[in-house]
Design a binder for this molecule. Structure first.
Ligand code: SF4
Length: 211
């Protein structure tokens, strides 16, 4: 089976397995996803979802967060780890949204990439989830799973994985596919324990590289 055909089959099976898979960060405004995605670096989405509740109680909109001292933001976001740099990025990012984008999140991949603390993974997440555009989010689950499945061959660098997946994943499927990889990576194709291949809906087509 070619990588493209393997990808299409995996996409279909994961759709059946996780029909409602979506972003595991809670947000009701685009700027909040921007904040959460920065906080999620080296932190669980579950913890981020709790911490942002306190943050938004005190700073309910872009203007309030842009006006906040980075030290005060740091106090609240510290449980997510890397508090100082995350607070600094969030503060700078909200100031740019306020001053350059009228408080809105830009609908442009390159503009997103220029925001403090926003890398390709985050920019793709925003493009896919907020704007419904083609997106490939290469987080730790994605990179581990696509290597094991044989969709890429021994590529670990996120941008290279992203570029390899663009060649074989239909653009409109990318965002949901990556969300489903997160679910599958947590429940079945796990990182810290041996993956549960005997319970996996992909067992007969997965190449199980390195497993
Ligand atoms: S068959 Fe095993 S290695 Fe392949 S996706 Fe399933 S759990 Fe992961």
């Amino acid at each position: 089976m070619t990588k493209k055909n393997l990808a299409l089959e995996i996409i279909e099976r994961l759709k059946k397995e996780y029909p409602d898979a979506g972003c595991t960060l809670d947000y009701d405004h685009a700027w909040k996803l921007l904040v959460s995605v920065r906080l999620a670096a080296q932190c669980t989405d579950a913890r981020v979802n709790v911490v942002v509740e306190d943050l938004y109680k005190r700073y309910p909109d872009v203007d309030a967060l842009a006006a906040a001292d980075a030290e005060d933001i740091e106090e609240i976001v510290r449980p997510c780890g890397l508090g100082r740099s995350k607070a600094r990025d969030i503060s700078a990012c909200m100031k740019i949204l306020k001053e350059e984008y009228d408080g809105k999140v830009p609908e442009d991949f390159d503009a997103l990439l220029k925001l403090p603390g926003v890398g390709r993974k985050s920019a793709n997440l925003i493009m896919g989830d907020v704007f419904g555009k083609p997106a490939i989010v290469t987080d730790t689950h994605c990179i581990r799973l696509v290597n094991r499945m044989g969709l890429v061959d021994g590529i670990k660098e996120p941008k290279k994985v992203e570029m390899a997946l663009w060649k074989i994943i239909p653009p409109e499927e990318g965002s949901d596919f990556c969300h489903r990889l997160v679910y599958h990576g947590r429940d079945v194709c796990t990182a810290r324990t041996k993956p549960l291949c005997n319970k996996c809906c992909l067992a007969d087509i997965c190449r199980k590289e390195g497993v």
